[in-house]
Design a protein around this ligand. Structure first.
Ligand code: SAH
Ligand code: DHB
Ligand code: MG
Length: 225
């Protein structure tokens, strides 16, 4: 099994089950034209996020790490007409591309892109949640991996029993098993997974994936009562 084979199978699955439309195609085209890195989820992974949001009956979604808004489009399309998605992005130039892509997709009224370090935006969201609780039904964590544990901690604050937390890119090329690693991405991801394992209000698993994004994986955690 090799990357070429994974690409062929992903192309088959994607063409059949997660075909692109004009808004998704244009989102990737404009992201590329703006020089954004090609680190968006694959189409079939985007469709998985979409299905998970629908299974949650999600009315409110939080995304940490917007990039050009490609995963955002898949998630926001799972929301009802009065649903809301808040997505957090550090880089203003990424947020600008995402806003254009989301407007083209007809999602500018549904999605709010908040610019700044996600930990700052999460502190503000925490204050808003205290004043007026409106828990998120799904949180997709896909930003700087060093802060993954903090993002899971915030997700616990901002969700309800039954909410779902999805953590992307947990394999780190296999280095996730290395307890001696000093790579901040590995350390942060291991800390997040350990929190998912230990926390009495979380029930979690993690799976490895292959495909057009190479070898990777994600973790899923359900918030308990
Ligand atoms: N979810 C996107 C990909 C996100 S890539 C998709 O699948 O389409 C990760 C993004 O997180 C990048 O745009 C990066 O600028 C952003 N990011 C990195 N550090 C961040 C931080 N501290 N706060 C918020 N966003 C951050
Ligand atoms: C990277 C980040 C991602 O969120 C991803 O899905 C793939 C790669 C990266 O920073 O390299
Ligand atoms: Mg990712």
């Amino acid at each position: 099994m090799n990357q070429q084979q994974w690409n062929s199978v992903d192309a088959y699955f994607t063409d059949l089950l997660a075909p692109a439309d004009e808004a998704l195609t244009a989102a990737l085209r404009d992201s590329d034209a703006a020089g954004l890195p090609h680190i968006n989820v694959a189409p079939n992974q985007g469709k998985l996020l979409h299905l998970l949001a629908q299974l949650q009956g999600a009315r409110r979604i939080l995304e940490i790490g917007t990039l050009g808004g490609y995963s955002t489009i898949w998630l926001a399309r799972a929301l009802p007409a009065d649903g809301r998605l808040i997505t957090l992005e550090f880089r203003p130039e990424h947020a600008d591309v995402a806003r254009g892509n989301l407007a083209r997709a007809g999602l500018d009224k549904t999605v709010e892109v908040r610019v700044g370090p996600a930990l700052d935006s999460l502190t503000a969201l925490g204050a808003e949640h205290t004043a007026h609780p409106e828990p998120f039904d799904l949180v997709f964590i896909d930003a700087d991996k060093a802060n993954n544990r903090h993002y899971v901690e915030w997700a616990l604050e901002l969700t309800r029993p039954g909410s779902l937390i999805v953590l992307d890119n947990v394999v780190r090329g296999g280095a996730v098993t290395d307890a001696t690693s000093t790579d901040p991405n590995v350390v942060g991801t291991r800390a997040a997974l350990e929190l998912m394992a230990e926390h009495p209000r979380l029930s979690a698993t993690a799976v490895q994936t292959v495909g057009t994004k190479g070898y990777d994986g994600f973790a899923l955690a359900r918030v308990l009562a």
